[in-house]
Design a protein around this ligand. Structure first.
Ligand SMILES: Cc1cc2nc3c(=O)[nH]c(=O)nc-3n(C[C@H](O)[C@H](O)[C@H](O)COP(=O)(O)OP(=O)(O)OC[C@H]3O[C@@H](n4cnc5c(N)ncnc54)[C@H](O)[C@@H]3O)c2cc1C
Length: 444
C-alpha cells in the first residue's frame, strides 16, 4: 500500500486509547452516515502495544476517590464486559484494603458506588476485616491494622497485549489503516489548526488529529507549542506558579515465579485483585529488618500471562526535567524495577499472607515496570488543545479506561461528553481540580 499523502482523521499512538478511539470513531462515523473506518489512519512509531498499554499489569477498578473518575471507570467497565472474551478480561473483582487513615475516603467511594449501581461490599473495623478476608478470600490472611475493605464485585484485570491486539483487529475490520514504524515528528499548523502531520515517512494532510501518546505526551505537547510549565490554581484557591506540566513516575512491578495456582482463594479459584495500603510497620521477610514505618501500598494477583504472582508497589518520582522515555519499558536501562522493589514487594506479600513468608527467593529477576507521565494534578487531560487536535493524556491511569476512546470519538464528531468534561485543561486555571485522596498512590 503506498504511503498516504492525506487522511481525514489521523490518530497517533497504537495504545489502548489510540486504538479504542480508532475503532469507535469508525463505528460512530458509519452509524451517522458520515464516513467509515477508511477515513482513519493510526500511526505508531514502533508498533501495536509498544507503549505503556503493552506493559500495564492490566488492573481494572472503580476504586477512585473522585466522583468523576468513578463515573468514567464505570463506563469503561461496561465496555470491558461487552466483549470480555476478546479482550482477555477477567472479571474477578477488586479489593481495596486500607488503614484507618483512609477509612473515611473509602466510605465515600462505597456510597458513590451504591449511587451509580457499581456492585461492591464495604467491611469496617479491624476484627470484621480480618474475618472477612480469612472466611471469604484467603484463610492465611494476616495483614495488620486494616480497618476497611472495599470489595468491588466488578472489575478485575485484563491481558494487556491481547486487549490491544483485539482492538486493533476490530478497528481494521472497520476499514481503519494502522501504520507502524512511522514516527510523528511535528505538525504543520495553519491559522491555529493542524493542517498536516509531519512523519518519518513524509507529510500527511488531515482534517483532524487525535493524539494518544501515553508517556511520550511531553514530545507532543512541545510539537503543539504548548507550555512546559504552567500556573495551577489549587483546591485551596492559591495559585501555584510555574509547575512542571509533565512529571514522570516510575511504576514498579514484578512477578513471583510461582505457579499462579499458588495464589488462588479458599475455593481454589481466581481471587479478586488485591490492593493493600497499610501504615503497619513493614518488616523484611528476608532478614527481619525494618523496611518502613510509613504508609506503604502494594497490589497483586495470580496471572497466567505473567506466569506467576504479579503486582507492584507505590511508584517513585523521577525528579528531573529531562527524562529518557526511550528505550521504553523493559528495554529501558534506567526505569525498570530493581532489587529494592523486589525486597519491599515480597516482604509486603509476606505481611499480608502467610503463604508468601519464605517465597522472596522465587522473585523473577527479569525487567518489569516502566515510566508514566503525570499531569500537574495527576489526573487525565482529555481536551481539544487546538480546534482540530484532540489530546488524550491519561496521566497513567489509563489501561483500564478502554471506554475513553468511545467518548473521545463522539467529541471529535462534535458531541460534548459529560463524562469527559471534568478533565479539561482549563481546570488548572479555574481551580476546578479533582479532590485528593489519602492514598499513598498518585493515581487514586
Ligand atoms: C508498569 C505499568 C503498569 C501499569 N498498570 C496499569 C494497570 O494495571 N491498570 C491501568 O489502568 N493502567 C496501568 N498503567 C497505565 C496504563 O498503562 C497507561 O495509562 C495506558 O496504557 C496509556 O495508554 P495510551 O494509549 O495513552 O499510551 P501507550 O500505550 O503508551 O501508547 C502510546 C503509543 O504512542 C506511540 N508513539 C509515541 N511517540 C510517537 C511518535 N512520535 N510517533 C508515533 N507514535 C508514537 C508509542 O510507540 C506507543 O505505542 C500502567 C502503566 C505502567 C507503565
Amino acid at each position: 500500500m503506498p504511503f498516504p499523502s492525506q487522511c481525514k482523521y489521523i490518530i497517533i499512538g497504537a495504545g489502548i486509547h489510540g486504538l479504542s478511539t480508532a475503532y469507535h470513531l469508525a463505528r460512530e462515523l458509519k452509524q451517522r452516515g458520515r464516513g467509515s473506518g477508511e477515513d482513519i489512519l493510526v500511526i505508531d512509531k514502533t508498533g501495536i502495544g509498544a507503549g505503556a498499554s503493552g506493559i500495564a499489569c492490566g488492573v481494572i477498578r472503580n476504586n477512585y476517590y473522585q466522583a468523576a473518575m468513578q463515573a468514567l471507570m464505570a463506563h469503561s467497565v461496561a465496555l470491558w464486559e461487552e466483549d470480555a472474551e476478546a479482550y482477555g478480561y477477567h472479571p474477578v473483582g477488586y479489593m481495596q484494603i486500607s488503614p484507618e487513615s483512609m477509612h473515611a475516603d473509602i466510605v465515600e467511594i462505597y456510597e458513590r458506588q451504591k449511587e451509580i449501581g457499581y456492585t461492591s461490599v464495604l467491611i469496617e473495623g479491624e476484627k470484621d476485616c480480618l474475618e472477612y478476608m480469612r472466611k471469604n478470600v484467603f484463610e492465611d490472611w494476616q495483614a495488620k491494622q486494616i480497618t476497611s475493605i472495599l470489595h468491588e464485585k466488578k472489575g478485575g484485570y485484563a491481558h494487556n497485549a491481547r486487549s490491544v491486539y483485539r482492538l486493533a483487529d476490530k478497528a481494521e475490520a472497520e476499514g481503519v489503516r494502522i501504520l507502524t514504524g512511522i514516527a510523528v515528528t511535528g505538525f504543520r499548523i495553519d491559522h491555529g489548526s493542524v493542517s498536516s502531520v509531519e512523519t518519518s515517512g513524509g507529510r500527511i494532510a488531515c482534517d483532524y488529529v487525535v493524539i494518544g501518546p501515553g508517556p511520550w505526551i511531553k514530545d507532543f505537547w512541545e510539537m503543539l507549542g504548548l507550555p512546559s510549565r504552567i500556573d495551577v490554581r489549587g483546591l485551596d484557591g492559591k495559585v501555584h506558579k510555574n509547575l512542571r506540566m509533565w512529571t514522570y513516575w516510575c511504576l514498579q512491578e514484578g512477578t513471583l515465579g510461582l505457579d499462579p495456582s499458588f495464589g488462588m482463594n479458599n475455593e481454589g479459584e481466581m481471587p479478586p485483585v488485591i490492593h493493600v495500603d497499610s501504615d503497619a510497620p513493614l518488616v523484611s521477610s528476608e532478614d527481619g529488618s525494618m523496611i518502613t514505618d510509613k504508609t506503604w501500598g502494594i497490589y497483586y494477583k495470580p496471572d497466567f500471562s505473567f506466569k506467576g504472582i504479579q503486582g507492584g508497589t507505590t511508584p517513585y518520582l523521577v525528579d528531573k526535567d529531562d527524562v529518557a522515555v526511550d528505550p521504553y519499558g523493559i528495554d529501558s536501562p534506567e526505569f525498570i524495577s530493581g532489587p529494592e522493589f523486589a525486597h519491599v514487594w515480597t516482604s509486603a506479600l509476606a505481611h499480608c499472607q502467610k503463604r508468601y513468608e519464605d517465597k522472596y527467593r522465587q522473585y523473577k529477576d527479569e525487567p518489569s515496570g516502566g515510566l508514566g507521565a503525570f499531569s500537574p494534578d495527576n489526573f487525565p487531560i482529555f481536551d481539544a488543545m487546538k480546534p482540530n487536535a484532540y489530546v488524550i493524556a491519561d496521566s497513567s491511569h489509563g489501561y483500564k479506561m478502554i471506554g475513553v476512546g468511545q467518548l473521545v470519538a463522539r467529541e471529535v464528531l462534535g458531541e460534548e461528553q459529560e463524562l469527559l468534561r471534568p478533565f479539561r485543561f482549563s481546570r488548572y486555571e479555574t481551580g476546578d481540580l479533582l479532590p485528593e485522596s489519602h492514598s499513598p498512590f498518585p493515581w487514586s
